[in-house]
Design a protein around this ligand. Structure first.
Ligand code: C5P
Length: 316
């Protein structure tokens, strides 16, 4: 009973987290006008630190708040098993790239287009599951994946509506760059997700310890990435330039996302994870339209429901 409650609780939090993250991220990168923009590379690093700290607290709690047991488990599982720890370097590098790409995507695409296109990760996840985990898909599931691809392609199809033409002349960024960023993120999401699942299923290790291992590498990669891409800006005005309450909300939601995904994999499963995130498409699309007035409703009407149904069928 308790685990079933945790299952629905983690799924509910995932819907809330995905919906609010995409809206606040988009708002923080485009609509917020005052002051300098925060560095996305710095936000990625801070979110990793937050995640590691929370995971350490969860491991501490799992060991009944005993400092000795806590020290010993960290030493045994992380320091004394360097090869096991090193396995997490692969998804970490990929997730760091992905987390940075999503900022690029949301600086160039509206929230709805981003969300719908990013659903292609269901296709990549399915393909990697088939090749890496030996999972089998039925005819209907393959069919749904094809419909999903068609739906996503249609979202990108140029519309002839005058509203769109007017919008296109005053874009916030480049649609092409945004779409490319999402497509690469879809491949990385599918591969890293399945790789993480494989590692989790091959051992009995606590998911929080795995997340600490993952976060450690993500932090190192993220930090190196921040210095390589924004090193001069960091030297000039520090890594927290442009931070405000909204940035803190983005970073907190990003960190919460990693933890919720880990919890969903533990208490529910990847199929329900996909369902929860696709439900959040509808929510963020509606909020984006009514609150941010940030996308073209013709495109939404034509394609998003179609894509949603394809997504839902894939979950079955
Ligand atoms: O979109 P997708 O489901 O691939 O997003 C995964 C996100 O969750 C990434 O931001 C990744 O850094 C994070 N994550 C995590 N811990 C895990 C798995 C994913 O922090 N165990």
């Amino acid at each position: 009973m308790a685990s079933s409650r945790l299952k629905y609780l983690s799924l509910g939090v995932l819907v809330f987290q995905t919906t609010s993250l995409v809206l606040i991220m988009r708002y923080s990168r485009t609509l917020q006008a005052e002051g300098p923009r925060y560095l996305a590379s710095s936000a990625v690093v801070v979110a990793e630190v937050m995640k590691i700290v929370i995971c350490l607290m969860l491991v501490f709690k799992e060991h009944s708040y005993s400092v000795r047991a806590f020290n010993s488990i960290l030493r045994q599982e992380i320091a004394y098993k360097p090869m096991e720890t090193l396995k997490l370097a692969i998804p970490s590098g990929i997730y760091t790239l992905q987390n940075n790409l999503l900022y690029v995507a949301l600086s160039n695409l509206d929230a709805a287009t981003y969300q719908l296109t990013y659903q292609l990760k269901i296709l990549t996840t399915a393909l990697f599951s088939v090749f890496m985990l030996g999972r089998r898909l039925g005819v209907y599931q393959w069919l749904s994946l094809i419909i999903l691809m068609a739906g996503v392609a249609l979202v990108q199809w140029p519309s002839e509506s005058p509203v769109v033409a007017e919008k296109a002349s005053t874009p916030t960024g480049s649609q092409f760059v945004g779409v490319m960023a999402v497509l690469v993120a879809c491949c990385s999401s599918g591969f890293a997700g399945v790789y993480f699942e494989k590692i989790l299923k091959e051992s009995k290790q606590s998911v929080w310890i795995r997340n600490i291992q993952l976060g450690m590498f993500c932090f190192v990669f993220g930090f190196v990435g921040m210095l390589s891409f924004d090193g001069d800006k960091v030297m000039e005005s520090g890594m927290f330039q442009g931070y405000n309450a909204i940035t803190v909300a983005v970073v907190t939601l990003q960190a919460l996302g990693g933890l919720v995904i880990a919890a969903v994999i533990k208490y529910a499963d990847n199929i329900l994870k996909g369902f929860a995130t696709s439900l959040s498409i509808i929510l963020s699309t509606l909020i984006s339209y009514f609150w941010l007035q940030d996308f073209d409703p013709t495109r939404y009407k034509r394609h998003s429901l179609q894509t949603y149904f394809a997504v839902a069928t894939v979950q079955l």
